[in-house]
Ligand binder design. Structure first.
Ligand code: ARG
Length: 672
């Protein structure tokens, strides 16, 4: 029987909305209470009293609603057998039901589920809610030992196929042991249906604004980081089934175009008939900048050109397009090599929208005069700096285009989630932007916005990343060096003697681009990051090369036993993954965490979690392979026995690893 869950979904959505509103009024009430000034003095006592009563009522309603939502969501998700399930979600459901049953008096009880760590003595997962619960009771004057609360939780857990046993430990931890039969069922889905994403409540419209270099300027390593991180976020969200718009918000509309156009005019007067041979846009930029700084008359013409361009004067627009084209081709070479897809929608796209939003903000009274500029504050006071919405010469800025872009993304693209990937130095800009947008009502609480910042790239000398001669590193040169170093590495191992030229080239590219991407993604993005080919190309530790080799080794197991992918699919119909041996079960449990790793990244957008996970898969696989024979051979090397259940486990490992590779934008090879 199939259950129509759309009604539940709708009901749950409505409730979520209502809860949201209630939570907001609670916050407002609390603010009012905290902020006595807003209550007229004479009535203050009775007003306060009224608020407290109101508050208690609301809290009670919130508790009722929360419980109803919990029940609904438990009902609304009939298990989908075509995908692996999130263990974290299941355990969270189980324990939140148990906890609200055990403590019906609490409004929003903490549900704390964690992995148990490496010591098998503590089970596989833990529910650590008893300690914070005890604190909550303590605050309201009731003293209860966390251990007693832990026991009460256990008593209220209903039996579930995922749980083998529960154990109360230490001051009140609840150790959870997973059930093997469940693990087996969960993992086996991938042989029938492939590696699918976990089930999500709904599909979102997501816009990821990444890469975003500036026209006529060098695309630098900061943009490379944004490109790699942004692409991986897109790949993850696409895999999860969301609608993802990959936007390249290129800087194509600044005042620098005035001088570029004026210079183009002088240097190639026939540019509108014959495409000008600008090979080196950087040099062209430098020339025009020099004239701009030295020649007053040129400067005036440059300013005049910007104004004409921004009102779309055809010949100026043509000149601008020519310049953009040169840059665009350069950028594209990098995107092609790294296999990155982007839709270009630069600052210029928002010109008319900027004009409109300035009018709106002006009319709404949001703009303040400041020495001829018009600024907008995100929030008042502190060390905040405002957005500059209109410059004193009437021109628009980076801030104006971001305001207009945000509005376009919300109103026209109907985004549920907008993600900006830039260096951490722009965090203040984005926080102020979000603050202003909320203030002006462009952004509501239902829309999620994230600034995904990252640290600066340093050279091996821990100083700003530069070439030996002190110039900025050209990205194309960097990729070339990666290719060269990767080939050296392969030759060092004499792989050119075993691989076909085609295989060698594939391995070279997999290593070169893979190591650059992996080194970036495997570090916590918030930290600064040292760019070192030597480190990236190491074949030990958590590196791309190690993982690429691990993957080929795992893939070769089935191949050596003459199992084609089709044959494995057949095999999976009659034979089960083997999970009996301690090391098999350990690997099985790591693989079962795949959905949870992905879901975790959707929360903090930190991709090093998936890299750490891939490394953990590889090392756990090695442990398994060292103690469990998949294929047994006799002394002459002939295969005498194949352990089919283990072949399946190895294959499941390869399949999940492969999916991880694709999420981080790496292309593993089957031989290298
Ligand atoms: N072009 C900018 C830079 O190079 C990055 C743009 C990021 N996106 C945005 N919507 N502000 O720093």
């Amino acid at each position: 029987m199939s259950i129509d869950i759309s009604n539940y979904n709708r009901e749950a959505d409505l409730m979520q909305d209502e809860i949201h509103l209630l939570k907001k009024s609670l916050v407002e009430l609390k603010n009012n209470i905290d902020n006595h000034q807003s209550i007229p003095n004479d009535d203050s006592a009775s007003a306060l009293n009224k608020l407290v009563v109101e508050n208690t009522k609301l809290k009670h309603r919130l508790a009722v609603l929360n419980r109803a939502v919990a029940e609904l969501s438990a009902k609304k998700t009939p298990v989908d057998n075509t995908r692996m399930q999130s263990i974290n979600d299941i355990l969270t459901d189980i324990f939140s039901t148990a906890i609200s049953r055990a403590f019906p008096d609490l409004t929003d009880p903490p549900i704390v589920i964690a992995l148990s760590g490496s010591n098998p003595k503590f089970g596989d997962y833990q529910c650590n809610s008893a300690m914070p619960l005890s604190n909550i009771y303590k605050q309201s004057g009731k003293k209860v030992a966390p251990r007693d609360l832990g026991q009460k939780i256990i008593d209220n857990v209903e039996s579930h196929e995922i749980i083998e046993k529960l154990e109360l430990a230490g001051p009140g931890f609840i150790n959870v042991y997973l059930n093997k039969q469940f693990g087996l069922k969960n993992l086996s889905t991938i042989f029938v249906h492939g590696v699918n994403p976990p089930q999500l409540p709904r599909k979102l419209n997501v816009l990821v604004d990444f890469s975003s270099p500036n026209i006529a300027k060098e695309m630098h390593v900061g943009h490379l980081r944004s490109t790699i991180i942004g692409d991986s976020i897109c790949r993850l969200l696409e895999f999860l089934g969301h609608d993802v718009l990959r936007i390249n918000h290129v800087g194509d509309w600044g005042t620098q175009f005035g001088m570029l156009i004026a210079h183009l005019h002088d240097k190639y007067p026939d540019f509108h008939e014959k495409s000008p041979p600008i090979g080196d846009l950087q040099a062209f930029y430098k020339e025009s900048k020099q004239r701009f700084d030295e020649d007053e008359d040129f400067k005036k013409r440059a300013y005049a050109s910007v104004v004409k361009l921004q009102s779309f004067y055809p010949i100026y627009k043509k000149a601008w397009e020519l310049i953009c084209d040169v840059s665009r081709k350069e950028f594209q070479r990098i995107y092609d090599r790294l296999d990155i897809k982007l839709i270009e929608r630069g600052e210029s796209f928002y010109q008319t929208r900027m004009e409109a939003i300035v009018k709106d903000l002006q009319a709404g009274g949001y703009l303040e005069e400041d020495e001829g500029r018009k600024v907008m504050w995100g929030s008042q006071g502190g060390q905040n700096i405002p957005l500059t919405v209109v410059k004193s010469d009437g021109g628009f800025t980076y801030d104006t285009s971001d305001l207009a872009a945000l509005k376009q993304r919300v109103d026209e693209e109907k985004c549920d989630w907008i993600i900006y990937v830039t260096d951490a130095g722009q965090a203040t800009h984005f926080n102020t932007l979000f603050g202003c947008a909320r203030k002006a009502g462009l952004l509501t609480e239902k829309i999620r916005v994230d600034h995904v910042g990252f640290g600066v790239v340093l050279g091996e000398d821990k100083k700003k990343f530069k070439t030996r001669s002190g110039d900025t590193v050209r990205l194309l040169d960097l990729l070339d060096e990666g290719l060269k170093r990767a080939l050296d590495k392969l030759k060092e191992k004499e792989r050119e003697k075993v691989l076909t030229p085609e295989e060698l080239k594939q391995a070279q590219e997999a290593i070169a681009y893979g190591c650059i991407k992996y080194a970036d993604l495997s570090h916590n993005r918030n930290h600064e990051y040292v760019f070192s080919f030597d480190k990236m190309l190491e074949d030990k530790g958590n590196t791309a090369v190690y993982l690429l080799y691990a993957y080929t080794r795992i893939r070769s197991i089935a191949r050596n036993a003459n199992f084609t992918p089709e044959k494995i699919k057949e095999l999976a119909k009659t034979c089960q993954i083997s999970l009996d041996h301690e090391k098999e079960w350990k690997l099985g449990k790591v693989l079962s965490r795949f959905p949870d790793v992905l879901l975790k990244i959707t929360k903090d957008l930190c991709l090093h979690h998936i890299c750490e996970y891939m490394y953990e898969i590889s090392t756990t696989f090695t442990e398994f392979y060292d103690s469990c024979y998949c294929i047994e051979r006799d002394s002459s090397g002939d295969v005498v026995k194949v352990n089919h259940g283990r072949i399946l486990l190895a294959e499941a490992t390869a399949m999940i690893l492969e999916k991880c590779f694709s999420i981080i934008g790496m292309k593993p090879v089957s031989r290298m």
